[in-house]
Design a protein around this ligand. Structure first.
Ligand code: PMT
Length: 393
């Protein structure tokens, strides 16, 4: 994938360096275009170093092919992201201006354009900025953020550029034709942590990546997505409502507390057992015994409880198995009341805490194997399959 990162002037321009890094980490070919104002905040040299390609800012570059760099770049890009997008660049884009390289190639491109606005909260709330934004949205420009919080000017409110990880994951999620506007999707992700004492817990190797990728893919359909996740280090996908939990009991309560649920996807690795009585103080090693016995009790099965709801949402589960993958997955689908289960082969380089995954989807009337793919790409394919199976039901 080839992404052109346009950077306009603003204190958030320094975050564009991380954005370029994240995109490169994901294997994206990146080119950077700076506005004149952006060059006051970040240097072309640092962006050249992270992008691995020359950085452009001038519309009139005698060294570029036939002096037509804007056309070449406009054709080259699969996607264009402007991050940060200042009030000024939004206004120029909305009015079809072409007075620098960035705005010119935005006019010249057929690639989808995304903006990540960043500005003072009063500027963001100004009717002129909102009108420009409405114009751009009506033309199909995607808007990510801004986030709320403490701003560089010391004020608190909406206008911070969205985090680079969130922008990168939105850009990397492949486009989908599925339309789930008005639907509510609830997804669990990550592993749970079951306390042994105040400093120790039983956990597993789930990173949450698969569930987060599914949340981003579901959100791209226009659905309202709630992501209920165990502890993890991932950025929340743009537009997704996140609920953080630690234990299986907390996840169970958070899931069952959702009143709107058309589709449920259980991608979490939920602990089947918890310590019956976690110690109130840190357990001490003793001289006289070499073993420690913990009594475990069964956790409630979240997905099974969801499958008993009336009306029943469409229920999607995962089965991570080290042996007899398909047999175990088929069995789990039936015993848990799951509509579609993803049999997930586990090995050292696959599934848990890996960037990619390979699954076989199993439902009442079919099975389909998905080749190993990056989790974002796989998530979009799974959402498309779920949509088809729901339509057939
Ligand atoms: O998070 P990553 O690092 O990206 O890894 C992704 C993954 C490998 C964890 C994920 O793709 C996956 O396979 N998740 C299911 C893990 C598993 O082993 O599930 P299970 O076989 O224990 O449970 C089967 C299904 O029941 C799952 O949908 C699970 O979420 C659900 N379950 C299990 C136990 C329980 N108490 N409540 C549940 O809802």
């Amino acid at each position: 994938m080839r992404i052109l990162v346009g950077i306009s002037g603003g204190i958030a321009a320094y975050k564009a360096i991380t954005l370029v890094r994240r995109l490169r980490d994901a294997g994206v070919d990146v080119r950077v275009v700076l506005t004149e104002a952006a060059a006051q905040f970040v240097t072309p040299l640092s962006l050249q170093a992270v992008s691995g390609a020359p950085v452009r800012s001038s519309l009139f570059d005698a060294e570029a092919e036939a002096g037509m760099d804007h056309i070449a770049l406009a054709r080259w890009a699969d996607q264009i992201i402007v991050a940060p997008a200042s009030a000024d660049v939004l206004a120029r884009m909305a009015n079809g201006m072409a007075n620098d390289l960035l705005t010119t190639l935005i006019l010249a491109t057929e690639a989808p354009v995304t903006v990540a606005p960043a500005m003072n909260r009063h500027m963001w709330a100004h009717p002129a900025v909102q009108a420009n934004l409405a114009t751009l949205k009506a033309r199909g420009v995607r808007v990510i953020g801004p986030a709320s919080g403490v701003q560089a000017c010391g004020e608190v409110g909406a206008g911070r550029m969205e985090e680079p990880e969130i922008i990168a994951s939105a850009l990397l999620a492949p486009p989908t034709a599925v339309r789930w506007q008005g639907r509510h999707v609830v997804i669990t992700a990550g592993g749970t942590q079951e306390p042994i004492d105040p400093v120790r817990f039983i956990a597993n190797r789930s990173s949450g990546k698969m569930g987060f990728a599914l949340a981003a893919a579901a959100q791209a359909t226009g659905a309202a997505v709630t992501l209920i996740c165990g502890p993890n280090a991932l950025a929340t996908p743009a537009g997704v409502t996140r609920v953080d939990v630690h234990t299986a009991l907390e996840m169970h309560a958070a899931v069952l507390g959702q009143d709107k649920m058309d589709v449920f996807i259980g991608a979490a690795a939920v602990a089947d057992y918890r310590v019956a009585q976690p110690a109130p103080q840190k357990i001490k090693k003793t001289r006289d015994t070499d073993t420690l016995t913990l009594t475990l009790v069964k956790n409630p099965d979240i997905i099974h409880a969801v499958a008993q709801r009336s009306p029943k949402p469409f229920v999607v589960g995962f089965a991570a198995e080290t042996e007899q993958l398909l047999q175990h997955a088929r069995q789990k689908r039936i015993t848990k009341g799951i509509d579609l289960i993803c049999a997930n082969r586990v090995d050292d380089n696959l599934a848990f805490d890996q960037p990619d995954n390979a699954v076989t989807a199993i439902w009442a009337n079919g099975e389909r194997a998905f080749a190993r793919a990056e989790k974002a790409a796989l998530a979009t394919q799974l959402i498309e399959l779920i949509d088809k199976v729901i339509e057939q039901d």
